[in-house]
Design a binder for this molecule. Structure first.
Ligand SMILES: [Fe+2]
Length: 182
């Protein structure tokens, strides 16, 4: 087994060291992947907060379903966030961990407290879809750069967020296939 060598990190801080990745990725490749993972992490944090916000504040006839569904979702995303941040560390870079950094990195808009329950559902569906697209773009890049562990982790996240979008979207009557086929 090849010994792990340490080299100085060329971004963020000179006090941090990164191990040579077992997959043989170059420093440039790992930096690209770490930046991509940071975007997925930031999107995930912002989506988690939005899911939790609507979990708390939604009102209306679908309250109970939305309240239950969103609880499952923010718990899932919370666990994923830890894995994403630790993957960034494992490939040798610092993980972002402030709201300022997440706002800078993410394309997810903050919650809109003017929305009614259907508006909240649509906002959540769009947010999950955006996050799935971010994860897909980074997964494809990781695959291209032969970081299969990152590609695999992100492929799992795509599946989860597409499923969450479908589950929430199914509560929106106007998106029902029956209604569309009329
Ligand atoms: Fe709760």
């Amino acid at each position: 087994m090849k010994a792990i060598t340490l080299e100085k990190l060329d971004i963020d801080t000179t006090k941090t060291f990164k191990p040579e990745a077992g997959n043989g990725s170059t420093v440039d490749h790992r930096k690209t992947i770490a930046m991509g993972l940071s975007q997925v992490l930031a999107d995930s944090y912002k989506v988690m907060l939005k899911v939790q916000n609507y979990h708390w504040n939604v009102t209306g006839p679908k309250f109970f379903m939305i309240h239950k569904m969103t609880e499952e979702q923010y718990n899932n995303i919370f666990a994923a966030i830890d894995d994403l941040a630790e993957r960034i560390r494992a490939i040798g870079y610092l993980s972002p961990g402030t709201f300022a950094a997440f706002n800078k990195l993410s394309t997810i808009k903050d919650s809109d407290m003017e929305l009614d329950e259907n508006g909240m559902l649509k906002d959540l569906v769009a947010s999950h879809q955006t996050l799935a697209m971010t994860a897909k773009a980074v997964a494809l890049k990781a695959d291209e750069l032969k970081d299969l562990a990152t590609a695999d982790m992100l492929t799992g996240r795509i599946e989860v967020h597409e499923k969450f979008a479908w589950l929430l979207g199914s509560l929106i009557e106007e998106l029902s296939p029956k209604k569309n086929s009329k």
